[in-house]
Design a protein around this ligand. Structure first.
Ligand code: CUA
Length: 374
């Protein structure tokens, strides 16, 4: 024996039975029985909880099934570990005043083989299952509609290259496969429509892709799922899944209205889950096109502006513009860093509105903002 701390007691004594585990024939059998009952209850609870919003794409059901399988596998593992840990703490705790060392256990090969093999098999099986599902979701489909998605601090824009249409609202025909090609103008964002389940980062310098088929008419929201700056939580945009004929007429409207941007809102949809910030476009009676430009460019996600029902706080409040002149407003849109309002940081406002807005849109927007100052 090696030299040990002499205060640790005399190891030479006869190896008497530890009274703490006397009379405890098969604690493992008890733990298994208790663990099985608790696992069944745990699985039932886990499956009863509604983890996700409604499913609006074919992929959603498959993904929900993956989650259910993961829950069914992980709940018993969690219960097993917790049962053994809690049972051991309660049952084998030292009695007050008992200062002896525990039994000198050196490992248990059989147990170690079991606890390495079972998790290995489970994780491998789940990985293979996940890969099969992902492969299926990413399969190319005929008649796919390509939509370019661009994230920027702090809004999303969409462009339908086959139709030469750009929009700040994501409109999709029901039952037609869509391929999203996701880009970013600045930092990392993450494109996510919870009802579609699939999510992908927008990575500077890369194009990431998601394929899915919307299968439920309704209104949803794109959510940015990557902390991207001060306006991250406001980086949301409307999504509408519509019947194919409605999609075609929307495309036609967009093409017609292209120079002015924006479009009239207000289809009935089917009641929609996400009505909160959606109706910005409809407001502003006197504003005409300006209201549409404001809505279409996501200005309301960062600015408060009563005529548009916007309540963003990332940028200055547009109800009270410091210098309410057309020249100042125009300059602040086109070259926002030239004069940054007190209390706000530079570079938060998009720097390229001078290029992305047509002269007509810019005039309309300036007029719309100026009018509200009176
Ligand atoms: Cu973009 Cu968070």
């Amino acid at each position: 024996m090696s030299e040990r701390d002499p205060a640790a007691g005399d190891p030479a004594g006869p190896p008497e039975e530890d009274p703490r585990i006397q009379g405890e024939k098969h604690p493992v059998a008890r733990m298994i029985a208790l663990g099985t009952v608790l696992s069944l209850i745990g699985i039932a609870i886990a499956l009863l909880i509604d983890w996700f919003p409604v499913s609006a794409a074919g992929s959603a059901d498959e993904i929900d099934t993956v989650y259910d399988v993961l829950l069914i596998c992980s709940v018993p593992v969690f219960i097993l570990v917790m049962t053994v840990a809690i049972y051991s703490v309660v049952r084998f705790r030292a009695k007050p005043g008992d200062m002896r060392d525990g039994a000198p256990i050196h490992g248990n090969t059989r147990l170690e083989v079991i606890w390495v093999t079972i998790p290995f098999l489970m994780v491998t099986a789940l990985a293979i299952y996940g890969w099969i599902v992902l492969d299926d979701l990413e399969a190319k489909q005929p008649n796919t509609l390509v939509v370019n998605v661009t994230g920027q601090q702090f809004t999303w824009s969409f462009d339908y290259p086959s139709e030469k249409v750009k929009s700040n609202e994501l409109v999709l025909p029901k039952d037609r496969p869509v391929e999203f090609r996701i880009h970013t103008k600045d930092v990392l964002h993450s494109f996510w429509v919870p009802e579609f389940r699939l999510k992908s980062d927008a990575v500077p310098g890369l194009t990431t892709k998601i394929r899915l088929t919307p299968d439920r008419i309704g209104r949803y929201q794109v959510v940015c799922a990557e902390l991207c700056g001060i306006g991250h939580s406001t980086m949301r945009q409307n999504v509408r899944v519509v019947a194919p004929p409605e999609f075609d007429s929307w495309l036609a409207d967009q093409k017609e209205a292209a120079p002015a941007g924006g479009e009239a809102e207000g289809e009935a949809g089917d009641g929609g889950e996400t009505g909160d910030s959606g109706e910005a476009g409809g407001g502003g009676e006197g504003g005409g096109d300006g209201a549409a430009v404001f809505a279409a460019n996501g200005c309301g996600s960062c600015h408060t502006f009563k005529p548009a029902n916007a309540s963003g706080t990332v940028g200055p409040d547009l109800d009270e513009i410091e210098t309410p002149t057309a020249a100042f407003i125009r300059r602040s849109i086109v070259d926002p860093n030239q004069e940054v309002a007190e209390g706000f940081a530079p570079d938060i406002m998009p720097q390229d509105l001078g290029e992305t807005l047509s002269p007509g849109e810019l005039d309309a927007l300036v007029e719309y903002l100026l009018k509200a100052q009176e």
